[in-house]
Design a protein around this ligand. Structure first.
Ligand SMILES: Nc1ncnc2c1ncn2[C@@H]1O[C@H](COP(=O)(O)OP(=O)(O)OP(=O)(O)O)[C@@H](O)[C@H]1O
Length: 288
């Protein structure tokens, strides 16, 4: 496993009605980490702290081995950023980005940027405000890749993308990490797409990390259980995560290490990330 490109340790930030509490996780080189959790969990706040767009109350952020603000500034060139929503002035065109954004990055490669505009099929004539949502995201990606980043940080890049564009983006991210030297931190609600490529996930709930680690490890910890109405004993009801009832019975998430406590009539199936996220979001908590 390569060196960590990003380490977040005990990050705290207090707002009037929200607290980011002791957020810690690390991302090694060569991997994609999904940063997931319900609306308002604190994903954007954490990303803003990582990018020095807000100042945390306490905690440490290490970006490409640099912990101080000055040190992190010195590696800024190696961090590619894609944020949700409009990021360039309405009147800009694709090549304006190279003219005005390029000078901020010592390793900006105008030829690479031009080639990416072609590769990503980004129209160069329309003004930024008239580009489609997908083209706007791809323009940010082209700008991020044009300065040869080692770490790509994306905050909800898939919102507003159609399924084809989402699939394309996932492919681009996979290519990006393929040499084992680079990593991606991606915050998204699109866990179906994410589950196809993420090696690691960090799951944030109400400002706290409730799981960080390998996606396979998270999925191995649980099974989906199903049974008829009469199978729902008080013991199952007390421990099941994200109980769903219907006329034909019930379903929910169950910790793998407690499978032995289940009656033989209960059906067990592998769990997927989306079902887990829904169950956790409904008030269930990840099992220690
Ligand atoms: N500047 C601020 N002042 C006060 N509260 C803030 C500020 N910025 C964010 N918050 C609050 O912090 C909480 C977390 O917001 P954040 O945008 O980090 O969540 P998120 O996980 O990215 O959510 P979403 O998935 O909806 O984008 C929210 O309740 C939000 O209102």
């Amino acid at each position: 496993m390569g060196a960590d490109l990003l380490t977040v340790t005990n990050l705290n930030k207090q707002y009037a009605e929200f607290q980011l509490a002791d957020v810690s996780f690390q991302l090694p080189a060569g991997y994609i980490m999904g940063f997931i959790g319900p609306n308002g969990a604190g994903k954007t706040t954490t990303i803003k702290a990582i990018l020095d767009m807000i100042r945390p109350d306490t905690g440490q952020i290490e970006l490409l081995g640099q912990t101080t603000l000055q040190g992190r500034e010195s590696v800024r060139d190696q961090i590619g950023i894609v944020l949700d929503g409009p990021v360039y002035p309405d009147s800009w065109r694709a090549e304006t980005v190279s003219r005005y954004v390029g000078p901020f990055f010592p390793s900006w490669d105008p030829d690479k940027f031009k080639k990416l505009l072609q590769d990503f099929a980004i129209p160069t004539k329309p003004k930024y405000r008239d580009l489609s949502t997908g083209a706007k995201i791809k323009l940010q990606l082209a700008a991020a890749f044009a300065h040869h980043p080692r770490l790509l940080i994306l905050d909800e890049p898939t919102s507003g993308l159609d399924p084809i564009a989402r699939d394309e983006l996932i492919g681009i991210l996979q290519d990006f990490i393929s040499d084992g030297q680079r990593s991606v931190l991606i915050s998204t609600h699109d866990v179906l797409e994410l589950a196809k490529v993420a090696d690691y996930v960090t799951y944030l709930l109400a400002g706290k990390v409730t799981f960080t680690g390998s996606l396979d490890e998270l999925l191995d910890r649980y099974v989906m259980i199903k049974g008829g109405p009469n199978d729902l004993t008080p013991a199952i009801q007390a421990n099941i995560i994200g109980l769903q009832r219907s006329v034909v019975g019930f379903a929910g998430i169950w910790p793998t290490d407690q499978i032995a406590t289940l009656p033989a009539s209960i059906v067990q199936e592998p769990v997927d990330l989306e079902s887990l996220m829904i169950a956790f979001g409904k008030g269930g908590r990840p099992h220690a």
